[in-house]
Design a protein around this ligand. Sequence first.
Ligand SMILES: Nc1ncnc2c1ncn2[C@@H]1O[C@H](COP(=O)(O)OP(=O)(O)OP(=O)(O)O)[C@@H](O)[C@H]1O
Ligand SMILES: O=c1ccn([C@@H]2O[C@H](COP(=O)(O)O)[C@@H](O)[C@H]2O)c(=O)[nH]1
Length: 243
Amino acid sequence: MPLDGGKPKYRRILLKFSGEALIGEVGYGIDPKVVQQIALELRELNRIGIEIGLVVGGGNIFRGAGLAAVGMDRVTGDHMGMLATVMNALALQDALERLGIFCRVMSAIRINEVCEDYLRRRAIRHLEKGRLVIFAAGTGNPFFTTDTAASLRAIEIGAELLIKATKVDGVYSADPLVNPDAQFISRLSYDQVIERKLAVMDTTAIIMCRDHSLPLRVFDMHKAGALTHIVKGEDVGTLVSRE
Ligand SMILES: Nc1ncnc2c1ncn2[C@@H]1O[C@H](COP(=O)(O)OP(=O)(O)OP(=O)(O)O)[C@@H](O)[C@H]1O
Ligand SMILES: O=c1ccn([C@@H]2O[C@H](COP(=O)(O)O)[C@@H](O)[C@H]2O)c(=O)[nH]1
């Protein structure tokens, strides 16, 4: 969806996609149709000069906690989870490049034959040159999540907004996929998310956003055009900020 001449509100954003949402209709792994849809939306933002950092989860392939629950060493499981995010990042890079978008995957774990190492200054340089940067392998440390990696990278690169693209259309009073009576909430403070234990994003990530006054928007990644509306400053999904 074009911006119709409207000036974007944000110049640099960090977008976090759930890995699980990449499953789409294929049941496991990566649905090429979902990846293509995401790439098309990102092309529009890239075209109008928005600097885009991306973090993608790994829940469509492995999560360390899930592997530990069936007996695997937790750290090994987390390493597998981080490697899963690298695979997702490569799939997104491929789809973006096929649409003509310049893109770099930067990994928090060294895999030099596959992608670049994460270096903050180099990442910022890529963004300034109009390249989309996909931050892979989370924080590079076990016991963290890609939500926390997203808030960390957003703060490091000076993003003006952290956007969490997920399966639900915002933050609810309880998990809407579990509780059909959950109420949608359009605005919240960081402390309200923490005190009310609203589990849409992990607490470490919310605390980092709070401590660095980084606004967070949660929206449904399947809604076509929603990203463009967000970048224009429109009220899509839920905004978590200093109130
Ligand atoms: N209060 C709440 N409001 C909205 N969603 C909630 C809430 N509590 C829990 N959730 C759940 O949180 C999920 C958001 O997490 P999501 O699956 O997008 O990310 P993730 O777990 O970080 O990614 P991945 O799938 O890669 O592991 C939503 O799908 C929703 O079901
Ligand atoms: O900094 C990090 C980020 C992620 N992991 C591991 O990867 C998986 C997948 O990430 P999700 O955020 O759950 O999508 C996660 O479950 C961890 O096992 C990590 O160890 N460190």
